[in-house]
Design a protein around this ligand. Structure first.
Ligand code: NAD
Length: 249
């Protein structure tokens, strides 16, 4: 499939996990792709620019450099994000500000810097990486869930603001995905094997979502073939949000 031929894409947090899988898939389908990441290490055909989505100057410089390198920007995948654990008492104000700054304000920073370029595109699309945590109450994810709830609302608001400019805005809502992120979570668990089994059991399919499966959804939403799709949240969660199945005995 070469639906992205001639299109230019930026993927934030594209050096690892879901972002890397999305960047590789867009490139395989014909896009020129620049990754923004704190650790700008990727293999060809991807290229990377060091950028911190929590730093407005860094984002502006990176968007300008990407637009120069690519000759424009048609697709933005706002995927960079960080986690937080615990209930509403678990994090101090500084940590609340830090996580919201990366996960929510980061999307605003990248998008507002990229908008002048997207407005010139015939196939402009933004895809935000949201989460099942935006739509389901998960224990010990208060701050993270608040940030992803904001990402969901921001996605819809941006879709409304820019629909008449021909810019589509959607998000993906992954369930627990098998990425280095989850590896780090398991590394600090008292019993990593039991924790992994619990995460898998929480998924109706009995297994974690793969980064490649989330990337397929990101590519679907970003593709010019999906020209009438805007203001949607596409779950890639193994049925976690909507299915009610009996517990296995
Ligand atoms: N893994 C899951 O279970 C899961 C589930 C739902 C949603 N998500 C979301 O998917 C996205 C990607 O997660 P992942 O699992 O691939 O994680 P990951 O840790 O494998 O990759 C995240 C990438 O983002 C980069 N990054 C972090 N902070 C940044 C910043 N300030 N500026 C630029 N880059 C930054 C990291 O360097 C890393 O390369 C996140 O938004 C996360 O909230 C993940």
């Amino acid at each position: 499939m070469t639906d992205f031929a001639g299109l230019r894409a930026v993927v934030t947090g594209g050096a690892s996990g879901i972002g890397l899988a999305a960047a590789q898939l867009l490139a395989a389908r014909g896009a020129q792709v620049v990754v923004f990441d704190l650790k700008p290490e990727v293999d060809a055909p991807l290229t990377a620019i060091a950028a911190d989505v929590s730093d407005d100057g860094s984002v502006r410089d990176a968007v300008a450099a990407a637009a120069l390198q690519l000759g424009g920007i048609d697709v933005v995948v706002n995927n960079a994000g960080i986690g937080a654990q615990g209930n509403v008492t678990a994090n101090d104000d500084a940590e609340w500000h830090r996580v919201l700054d990366v996960n929510v304000v980061g999307i605003a920073r990248v998008t507002r810097a990229a908008l002048p370029h997207l407005r010139k595109s015939e196939a402009a699309a933004i895809v935000n990486t949201c989460s099942i945590a935006a739509t389901a109450g998960l224990p010990n994810r208060a701050l993270y869930s608040a940030s992803k709830g904001a990402v969901l609302a921001l996605t819809m608001a941006m879709a409304a603001d820019h629909v008449r400019e021909g810019i589509r805005v959607n998000c993906v809502n992954p369930g627990t995905a098998d990425t280095p992120w989850v590896g780090r979570l398991l590394d600090v668990a008292a019993d990593p094997a039991a924790e992994r089994a619990a995460l898998e059991a929480r998924q109706p399919m009995g297994r974690l979502v793969s980064a490649d499966e989330v990337a397929q959804a990101i590519a679907y939403l970003a593709s010019p073939l999906s020209g009438s799709t805007t203001g949607t949240a596409l779950a890639v969660d193994g049925g976690m949000q909507n299915l009610r199945i009996p517990a296995t005995r």
